[in-house]
Design a protein around this ligand. Structure first.
Ligand SMILES: Cc1cc2nc3c(=O)[nH]c(=O)nc-3n(C[C@H](O)[C@H](O)[C@H](O)COP(=O)(O)OP(=O)(O)OC[C@H]3O[C@@H](n4cnc5c(N)ncnc54)[C@H](O)[C@@H]3O)c2cc1C
Length: 477
């Protein structure tokens, strides 16, 4: 049965527009169900999905037999294909799990077996000589490594924005700055109370990240509790990129994948993350202790990295739970789906989680047959260093000189790209949104030179006083 009044009764309300919620809404929208996607933030991907290490995992080290293991492996395949279609930057640079003592070296064959149990067979144990041949700037004392050639780095921001853009183009109603504060269900219709009014839907899909357990409680379930596990990271300047070719991983522990060194598709190098359990689910502060811990770990792996300039530090919060698997459940009789506990691998697994959700809807009797016009992704502006960015595209500049007018000189972002972002189906509403869509203000000066231009352009696009965006008007406009 379809909703009779599309405007007032949605087939599905998806709560949470992180990378997973956007992927879910996109898949639902492309199958002809009416869908509303709500988020309390002013942008898609503004919570955990904007602050991660941006690795497209193979799932080689997942717990075999878990839902996470299956969805990470499938997600790797789906997102690799989607990145190619949508023009999202992705580099298959591979990873090395490095052993620094005898116990870690002894763990490598077991990790290889685990990878095989997870259906990934391309791993190889390397001796120290080969590890140093591949990564000559490694610190002294490396005893060997496990090579995982398909671990990749991806543009995490464009991934979420591209999925959201496709969702909107498929008819999904995206409502930002809309927090769900309560739910009542009468005669099979969920009425969501939100900060911008009420919404009615036949199904609710809870993809609320750090808030997923609280929403689950509102629906009368208590299957898991979320603990914010903070991961602090240091971003090194582009001069550091020459020091490292692949993703450098430690031997993982039960609790965390550990501190890694990884290039980014934007040409920087990341060091992190920490793993700190917090009571406060909003605490994304970087701390002196955290940075010191990262520097200590980095000094062993890649000592010369610590001599390089730091561009920024940031932290993200994983939605960890007491369970060691994703918490995805369907309650067909309640027309409620919970997609919680998506902790360290949600970027990778996002599209597979969406596929799984659609299967669950299908098993519950919903018509989720793929539509004829459901193929084809939106092409997304190139932000990766492996792509031809507009400032390097002479033919593009010849057709539109705005692509040759540089606004951000650190990241070489053009006025044409800013304009395109404002005119896109999911436009930025904040300087953070512009950073994620264009890279402007993300370079070594962190917006010192371009912030005035960027803020003026944003204010003009939103029709508001620039002083409001800078918090200089006391919130008047
Ligand atoms: C430090 C760190 C490193 C990571 N590295 C990787 C990696 O390399 N590779 C990888 O695959 N994964 C990685 N991850 C994990 C990945 O980032 C997450 O699994 C993924 O972003 C989770 O997406 P999500 O959509 O479930 O949650 P979120 O992105 O948190 O989205 C949930 C959304 O729900 C909204 N919301 C919550 N409550 C409400 C409400 N009541 N009403 C309306 N909206 C609400 C929030 O505003 C938020 O936007 C990492 C995570 C961290 C923290």
């Amino acid at each position: 049965m379809r909703a009779e009044t599309r405007e007032h009764l949605f087939d599905v309300a998806v709560i949470g527009a992180g990378v997973v919620g956007c992927a879910v809404a996109r898949d639902i929208g492309r199958r002809g169900m009416s869908c509303v996607l709500v988020d309390r933030a002013d942008d898609v991907g503004d919570a955990t999905s904007k602050a991660n290490t941006a690795i497209l995992h193979t799932g080689f080290d997942a717990e075999p037999g878990t839902l996470e293991s299956r969805l990470v492996a499938r997600g790797h395949q789906l997102l690799s294909d989607y990145a190619g279609e949508a023009g999202v930057a992705l580099e298959r640079i591979g990873a090395l799990v490095l052993a620094w003592d005898d116990d870690q070296r002894a763990a490598l064959p077991g990790l290889r077996e685990k990878a095989l149990s997870n259906g990934y067979g391309a791993v190889a144990v390397l001796d120290a000589h080969e590890a140093y041949r591949r990564e000559p700037f490694l610190g002294p004392g490396c005893l060997g490594a496990l090579a995982i050639p398909d671990e990749s780095i991806i543009d995490p921001w464009s991934t979420t924005i591209a999925l959201a853009t496709d969702a909107v183009r498929s008819g999904v109603d995206l409502r930002l700055e809309t927090e769900v504060v309560g739910v009542t269900t009468v005669a099979g219709v969920h009425r969501l109370e939100t900060t911008t009014g009420s919404l009615a839907a036949r199904w609710v899909c809870n993809v609320a990240g750090l808030g997923a357990d609280r929403l689950d409680n509102i629906f009368g379930h208590a299957e898991f509790h979320v603990t914010a596990r903070r991961g602090q990271l240091v971003v090194f300047d582009k001069m550091a990129r020459q020091l490292v070719s692949s993703i450098l991983l430690p031997v993982p522990t039960q609790r965390s994948k550990g501190v890694l060194v990884a290039p980014t598709v934007y040409g920087n190098v990341l060091l992190g993350p920490t793993a700190e359990d917090l009571d406060d689910r909003t605490d994304t502060a970087s701390t002196a202790d955290g940075v010191e811990q990262l520097r200590a770990a980095g000094s062993r792996v890649l000592p010369r990295l610590l001599d390089e300039e730091v561009t920024s530090v940031f932290a993200g919060l994983r939605a960890a739970t007491e369970h060691r698997d994703f918490q995805i459940r369907a309650y067909p009789e309640e027309r409620y789906l919970c997609v919680g506990g998506i902790r360290s691998t949600g970027l990778t697994a996002s599209m597979a989680i969406a596929e799984h959700v659609v299967e669950l809807l299908g098993s519950a009797g919903e018509d989720v047959v793929r539509l004829d016009d459901a193929s084809g992704a939106t092409r997304f502006p190139p932000l990766g260093e492996c792509q031809v960015r507009p400032y390097r595209d002479a033919a593009l500049i010849a057709t539109d000189p705005e692509y040759g007018r540089i606004v951000c000189h650190c990241e070489l972002v053009s006025a044409g790209e800013l304009r395109d972002a404002f005119e896109s189906p999911v436009p930025p509403r904040s300087t953070g949104g512009i950073r994620r869509r264009t890279r402007a203000m993300n370079g070594r000066c962190q917006g010192f030179y371009c912030a005035a231009t960027v803020v003026s352009a944003l204010a003009a696009a939103r029709g508001i006083d620039p002083r409001h965006l800078l918090g200089l008007d006391g919130g008047q406009s």
